[in-house]
Design a protein around this ligand. Sequence first.
Ligand code: SAH
Length: 347
Amino acid sequence: MDKTDIKSLTADEIAEELSALGEKTFRAVQIFEWLHAKQVSSFDEMTNISKALREKLDNKFYISSPYILQKLSSHKDGTVKYLFDIGGNTIIESVFMPYNYGNSVCVSSQAGCRMGCSFCASTVDGLERNLLAGEIAGQVYQIQSDTGKRISNVVIMGSGEPLDNYDNVLNFIKIINSDKGMGIGMRHITLSTCGIVDKIYKLMELRLQITLAISLHAPNDDIRRSIMPVANRYPIDELICAAKKYADVTKRRVTYEYALIRGVNDSRENAVELAGRLHGSMCHVNLIPVNDVKENNYIRSSEENIKAFASVLDDNGIEVTVRRRLGSDINAACGQLRKRYKDNRGV
Ligand code: SAH
């Protein structure tokens, strides 16, 4: 029988497992604390659990633990990029970002991605596999332990489409939020999606206080379809409508991410159209100067264009910021490190 990753289970799920093993369920919280507060990597370290139970657990479960393969530190801004081996030759990347309001980790939710956005390095080789909740949490724990700095924010914005790995990502959010583990507040968690509309509605029902970020990247369906295949499944108006309802129900402002690509989506006309589409939404637009990716020929918009684009939105009453480009000296953007490592190693 294949073993289950116990680190991917919530405390309630561990309790169910214990009761199936004929054990006392109050032990679930103790085990959860070992895994997610003390962050041990073996059952033997769980010293308040009897040896007999530790053996039982060891027979049925394992504890996933990403191993640091490579680490690159930016000399410009303190960003650290991690490449992890999570076993079976599966490689993922995560980023540590120090901000003045707290330290943040950007986690991957999948190894690779099947969404096919044309500007993104994570999707070039397709989806390798979904990550388990414990493997997503492990990225945060390893980075906290390696940097020695408390992590207060988590962004699910690394490789992969989190809403294409819905159940595991949801368990991750519950686990990282639990006060028996790291206790990261819901408002300190951001989930970024390319816009899988039915899953946005499903998430909305849970009324979590997390921030929803939507990768919009275009003011209309024509442009969006030319760079994001997911736009063929969900028209932009349906996506924006879902985002508006999400904001209404959760009372949380939605963030739209918009990567500016020269000559593709960065004209004044594009900005005017976007402003019109978002008019009346409780939202915030984050403009991202696109990062170069070897596999495509996209060029970042000029500084003047970025400023002009931002002012059109601002003049139309839409809140807008331009993302700082962290870690630009270490390939910290969007799946580039994993891709380069895999290419060099031929894995
Ligand atoms: N699949 C999710 C999360 C991963 S991508 C999503 O689509 O949101 C995280 C963010 O990085 C997205 O906004 C994505 O569009 C953006 N991104 C990907 N490649 C990029 C690039 N080359 N330059 C700038 N932003 C990029």
